[in-house]
Design a binder for this molecule. Structure first.
Ligand code: NPW
Ligand code: ADP
Ligand code: K
Length: 490
């Protein structure tokens, strides 16, 4: 399991390590030089951009090590004329000069560079890049050479993953000490490239820190799904799915099929459509009813294809009042956003609640713009978890799973999931796992990871494929969950 950190936590780790006398900047520069040295021949010139702060200091140390190892190095310090270096970065600057290095204020756009090192800004960036930095980033893009970003691609806000303006598009990002949480979510994912970490010999003392688990592999908790011999279908829970209004029956079917695929004991659908099908021929295990005739279940999912008509509102209000675990998705969330009475009732529930908004649904619930949610994904998901006393999955690139106490970041899946029906599949996977006795947070982390993992596997089998369908994900989930449940290799 790997972890990501807020900038506040990273500053603390850095402070404590420096207080312990560790030469962090020296180690950071060494790590970056080694990283490039393993990937680039000595015959190629390396362009190194050094910004005004300690990220620039890291870049200057990188330059010195590469230079001393025989590389051709060109250092650009765009801010030096206005702002002399100070502290560790000043020592790095003096070290660069003492080694015989030089620096210029700009670079040659026609230069034949083998690679670029981006040491403009790291975790200290707290606002959009402006003026000459924007131009610099655009010109680096035009060079079309491999870029190594030191710690954070410049222009990415390390704490949130937001990219409020121009930003470096890195091929590799080498995070120093530990990765910042923003590298794993939102717009940052299009800038980070391949993420590596140089721990600089520091093992953070976790006391007082709030590391966020990054779900790159199957969460260990999924082994709780392993079954006893002496069990029966009642041991694996029951899920009711309420939705499937006119024209959207497929959404409820997808959710139901997904719940069956991950092993839920019994799955029933309460369909709101006027002429609903009586059987799903591709998944006859599903029990199809009208919404009023549904047998009770351990978990109710309200949302897939629900619509917003009067029946939808009534069904939602009834389920919120029922003493059952409840998952709300899609139009159930949109109705909630519109109706203060439903929100109040939801907050007062005793049974567990789980919400799975995509960013626009989250924005409606928070009464703000989608862009505001995306600029502050961690705060948005936390606020929803607190406001509704619920486990919340904020979907989209780098989905976040939050309870009031903690937050995990998903690191599987990708834009091949951006097609209608995937939210329904996710809701079904999640409910099907939750019904088998997991806690809501555990079920959510496993389902979100599994959903993305299926996407990654399907793409690996057919590289270049643009999208994968929800039906393909559901079919794949059987095998991927099985693999995740295999005992670890000894
Ligand atoms: N100390 C150590 O030993 C270690 C440090 N490490 C390294 O340090 C990095 C953090 O360094 P940092 O705190 O100096 O911040 P950094 O990211 O360089 O940028 C801040 C500078 O930029 C400025 N600025 C901000 N926004 C701006 C804008 N839009 N346009 C223009 N200027 C802007 C801001 O000044 P301001 O104008 O806000 O006063 C400030 O001068 C970290 O990411 C890692 O690489 C690690 O290797 C571990 C060892
Ligand atoms: N660019 C992306 N990167 C990673 N995951 C994505 C991306 N786009 C969509 N997804 C995932 O696909 C699912 C889409 O859900 P949602 O938007 O509710 O779809 P729908 O309601 O149309 O079925 C979510 O789990 C989301 O995280
Ligand atoms: K950088």
């Amino acid at each position: 399991m790997s972890f990501a950190y807020s900038v506040t936590d990273l500053r603390r780790i850095e402070r404590e390590a420096l207080a312990g006398g560790l030469p962090l900047m020296e180690r950071a520069g060494r790590a970056a030089a080694d990283f490039l040295g393993r990937r680039l021949g000595r015959d190629r010139k390396i362009l190194i951009l050094a910004g005004p702060g300690n990220n620039g200091g890291d870049a200057l140390v990188t330059a010195r090590y590469l230079f001393q190892a025989g590389y051709l190095v060109e250092v650009v310090t765009p801010a030096l004329a206005q702002r002399p270096y100070s502290g560790d970065a000043e020592r790095a600057w003096l070290g660069w000069l003492a080694a015989g290095g030089q620096a210029a204020a700009d670079f040659d756009q026609t230069g034949d560079y083998g690679a670029v090192v981006d040491g403009l800004f790291g975790i200290g960036l707290d606002r959009p890049l402006t003026g000459e930095y924007v131009r610099l980033v655009e010109r680096i893009d035009q060079l079309n050479r491999p870029v190594l970003a030191l710690d954070v691609p410049s222009g990415v806000l390390a704490d949130s993953g937001a990219v409020p303006g121009a930003a470096i598009r890195a091929n590799w990002t080498l995070a120093m000490l530990a990765p910042s949480r923003g590298l794993f979510t939102g717009a940052a994912l299009d800038r980070v490239g391949e993420l590596h970490c140089a721990t600089l010999g520091v093992e953070p003392d976790q006391r007082g820190l709030h590391p966020l688990p990054v779900l790159a592999q199957a969460p260990e908790t999924c082994r709780r799904l392993l079954r006893r011999q002496d069990s029966h279908k009642g041991s694996y829970g029951s899920v009711q799915i309420l939705g499937g209004n006119d024209g959207m029956v497929g959404a409820a079917l997808l959710a139901g099929r997904a719940a069956v695929a991950v092993g839920c004991g019994r799955v029933s659908l309460g369909l709101l459509a006027r002429n609903p099908p009586s059987v799903d021929p591709l998944q006859p295990e599903l029990m199809l009813h009208g919404p009023g005739l549904l047998p009770a279940g351990d978990i109710a999912v309200v949302g897939p294809g629900l619509g917003q008509d009067a029946t939808a509102r009534r069904v939602l209000a009834e389920r919120i009042e029922a003493p059952q675990s409840l998952l709300l998705d899609a139009d159930a969330l949109n109705l909630l956003a519109k109706q203060p009475a439903l929100r109040t009732a939801l907050r007062q529930r005793q049974a567990p609640t789980l919400l799975t908004p995509h960013p626009t649904e989250a924005a409606r619930l928070l009464d703000c713009a989608t862009a505001e949610v995306q600029a502050q994904r961690f705060e948005a998901v936390q606020k929803l978890a607190e406001t509704f006393a619920a486990i919340v999955v904020l979907k989209g690139a780098g989905s976040l799973i939050a309870s009031r106490e903690t937050c995990a970041i998903n690191h599987s899946g990708g834009p091949a999931l951006a097609n209608a029906g995937q939210g329904d599949a996710l809701a079904g996977l999640l409910a099907g796992l939750w019904a088998q006795g997991l806690a809501a947070f555990e079920a959510a982390t496993i389902a979100v990871w599994l959903h993305g993992r299926c996407c990654d596997t399907l793409l690996a089998r057919q590289p270049g494929r643009l999208a994968v369908s929800a039906s393909a994900i559901i079919a794949e989930s059987v095998e991927q969950l099985g693999l995740a449940l295999e005992p670890p290799a000894s």
